[in-house]
Design a protein around this ligand. Structure first.
Ligand code: BDP
Length: 709
């Protein structure tokens, strides 16, 4: 081969392989050139002139951010250089009046040099930014640009990520590296990633971030740290992301030199007022506090024999003059209460209904236990008619394979948002309770425990980016379907090749149920390994407290399996509306996917399939494994259709997921067999090892596990 030609071949293949490698850093905002040439040629003139119309018509950092995004995105996607002008919104424009975040994107029916330009109008600069991202999403998902009339406003007012980040960089339940916040370097040194984080959040409509762990450190409230927080707030501000902090209830003692943190002590109230005033001087748009109190060892008002309302109101009064809010978590279960753990939040909080200030929102995890692969909705959502309630979801997959396994969570969140509490008659869905539409109460809040970290791709598993995306999109519009979200995300992240889109959306949409099948099917819960929570541990029986063990939850015995929460058991069902209690309380009517959550079921009890509980349980575990194998085959069919870097990243994780699923199946079935004393039905692969092998497995150096053991 002539030398020059050989070199040309080498350079060409180098160019090809770099074009075909992608580390995932850009998330869904990749803006690679649109491959469909027809679409590109039509889109370029449509986006040649863009008008941004706001009430003031004036430039601002947020308008500049929108302009920058449009310029970069359209340059990359289309090779176009749009002329972007700013105009004053005509006073009569009402389409955007629903919320200050609302926007409207409109375009003419055809694009000629004389037709009117594409216009993004909004009643605030932030609305322009949201409209910009909506337009770009429209383009990235390949939709027509003529006759556009995209009008949208968020259903929930405060749309927050909760970062469980410690000040030393560790992220509690974080599986994607360290904390994004570099406290030592701040405020002088600001990682460019802060800007990209804010862009990504704003592109979804998220508008707030709690920077610190709910297991809080009072140091964050000291002057040096507040200067650092202010620097982050400054980075996020153009993108409409307000910062919030967690407040450690004992801060007045730890950093304030007081002898008490009693919420009814005037000196304590004065300390918080002064501290809050200091915070607002540094960060004028500070959002407020998130508080975990008297839960899992955190200090709180009960240390002084005061109630959660006393504690929350203390902080609420301090932030109220500045427009701040308090998100007070209901994730409580007392060390001295032997009642069923899933009942304790209602026992504790329902009597306080109506006693919280208007700027307090009680923040409730979706289920009554703790972010399990499947839980019923928390009955607390229906038990506090006079209180503002927020939903807390977990994006980081603590109990769903962390960042090693694929579990797309939109279907799980949909199940929750659509659940009918019957609290105000039929049709009182969780979504209607948290968006304020049932109770006509604002502020409304939704929070998701973030899955981000310093990993180059932000979320550890590339496909876990879809969970950040799905959470954000649902906070803006909780009526979106999982299919819509999966389709959008896939097209924006992997392009439009039809088989890529259909394969990835199929993988995403089935993945959560697959994890349920191979880990905790039929309503089983909390049977994972202790501490790091990865992998099976149904045998876990001796920990600091009974309700941290697995045996507490599954109640396996010669008589059967499952926790009796009907009237003959813990009667947790009585915390739900009678319509639900009646249906779920019946062994025959209870949805089978929650059967063992509510019932202790005999091994020979026949399920709807006609199979006994034991046989069905075995087959569900096997089905989970089979589904992961199918996921691997589907993924492998994409070789060559996406860049090698992302292909291999996901392929390797799915390989690992199959091994993990097999371990879950074998460990759980062998363990439960010691109670059922029945053989495996046909179709179950025999475990490779005896039960003792699985029990002796000790995982070490788990991501997110600080113990270092
Ligand atoms: C559990 C986590 C723990 C959190 C706790 C919480 O295992 O790390 O601190 O929830 O939400 O899921 O406070």
């Amino acid at each position: 081969m002539p030398r020059l030609f050989a070199l040309a071949v080498i350079f060409a293949s180098l160019a090809l392989s770099s074009a075909r490698s992608d580390d995932g850093y850009r998330l869904w905002l990749r803006y690679d050139r649109i491959e469909n040439e027809t679409y590109r040629t039509q889109a370029a003139p449509a986006l040649g002139r863009i008008v941004l119309a706001t009430p003031s018509g004036a430039e601002s950092p947020t308008v500049a951010a929108a302009r920058d995004e449009l310029t970069t995105a359209l340059g990359n996607l289309l090779g176009a250089t749009p002329v972007i002008t700013l105009e004053k919104l005509p006073a009569a424009s009402s389409a955007v009046a629903r919320s200050s975040d609302a926007f409207s994107v409109s375009s003419p029916s055809s694009f000629t040099p004389h037709s009117s330009p594409l216009t993004i109008s909004a009643s605030s600069d932030l609305g322009i930014l949201y409209g910009t991202f909506a337009l770009l999403r429209h383009l990235q998902t390949g939709q027509p640009l003529e006759n556009l009339s995209l009008t949208s406003y968020p259903k929930i007012q405060h749309r927050l990520l909760n970062h469980w980040d410690d000040l030393n960089g560790h992220v509690e339940r974080g599986y994607a590296g360290s904390s994004l916040w570099e406290w030592f370097y701040l405020p002088e040194i600001r990682n460019p990633r802060y800007h990209d984080y804010a862009r990504a959040c704003a592109s979804l409509g998220l508008n707030g971030t709690v920077l610190t762990n709910v297991n809080a450190n009072a140091q964050i409230l000291t002057a040096p740290y507040l200067a650092k927080v202010a620097a982050l707030a400054g980075e996020f501000r153009p993108y409409g992301i307000r910062v919030y902090l967690t407040a450690r209830f004992s801060a007045p003692i730890e950093i304030g030199g007081l002898k008490t943190a009693d919420p009814l002590d005037p000196a304590v109230a004065a300390w918080w007022k002064t501290k809050v005033a200091e915070i607002y001087r540094a960060i004028p748009d500070f959002g407020g506090f998130l508080v975990k109190a008297n839960s899992e060892g955190q200090p709180g008002p009960q240390d002084y024999k005061r109630t959660h309302a006393d504690g929350a109101n203390l902080l609420a009064d301090a932030v109220a003059p500045h427009g701040g809010i308090i998100m007070w978590r209901a994730f409580v279960y007392s060390p001295d209460n032997n009642d069923d753990r899933v009942k304790q939040a209602v026992t504790e909080f329902a009597p306080l209904d109506g006693k919280f200030r208007d700027n307090v929102i009680v923040q409730i995890k979706n289920g009554p236990l703790d972010f399990m692969p499947r839980e019923p909705f928390s009955p607390l959502f229906g038990a506090m008619p006079k209180t503002r309630l927020a939903a807390e979801l977990q994006i980081t997959q603590e109990y769903l394979g962390q960042s090693t396994q694929l579990a797309f969570l939109a279907p799980m969140w949909r199940e929750f948002l659509d659940a009918d509490t019957f609290a105000n008659g039929p049709g009182t869905t969780i979504a209607s309770l948290i968006d304020g539409s049932t109770k006509r109460q604002q502020p409304s809040v939704i929070a998701g425990v973030a899955n981000t970290g310093t990993d180059r791709n932000w979320t550890g598993h590339l496909l876990a980016q879809a969970n950040w995306y799905a959470f954000g999109r649902l906070t803006w519009d909780h009526s979106l379907t999982s299919e819509q979200i999966a389709d959008e995300w896939t097209k924006m992240t992997f392009g439009h090749d039809a088989s890529v889109v259909s394969t990835i959306t199929k993988l995403l949409l089935g993945s959560r149920e697959t994890v349920v099948n191979y880990s905790m099917p039929l309503g089983l819960t909390h049977i994972m390994a202790e501490g790091h929570h990865y992998g099976p541990g149904p045998w876990v029986d001796k920990l600091g407290r009974a309700d941290w063990t697995s045996v507490y939850y599954h109640r396996a015995a010669a008589t059967g399996l499952g926790f009796n929460r009907t009237a003959t058991g813990s009667n947790a069902l009585a915390q739900y509306s009678p319509a639900i209690a009646q249906r779920y309380g019946s062994l025959t009517d209870c949805p089978e996917n929650l059967l063992l959550w509510f019932h202790h079921v005999a091994w020979d009890h026949r399920l709807r399939s006609g199979r006994t509980l034991w046989d069905e349980l075995c087959l569900r575990y096997q089905q989970g494994v089979d589904e992961v194998r199918a996921m691997r085959r589907d993924w492998d069919s994409l070789k060559g259709r996406i860049d090698d870097e992302r292909f291999t990243h996901i392929q390797q994780r799915l390989t690992r997921q199959e091994l993990d699923a097999i371990e879950w199946r074998d460990a759980c079935l062998l363990y439960f067999q010691t109670f059922s004393k029945r053989p495996f039905p046909a179709g179950i692969e025999p475990p490779a090892h005896p039960l003792s092998h699985y029990i002796s497995q000790k995982r070490r150096h788990m991501p997110g596990d600080p113990s270092g053991k």
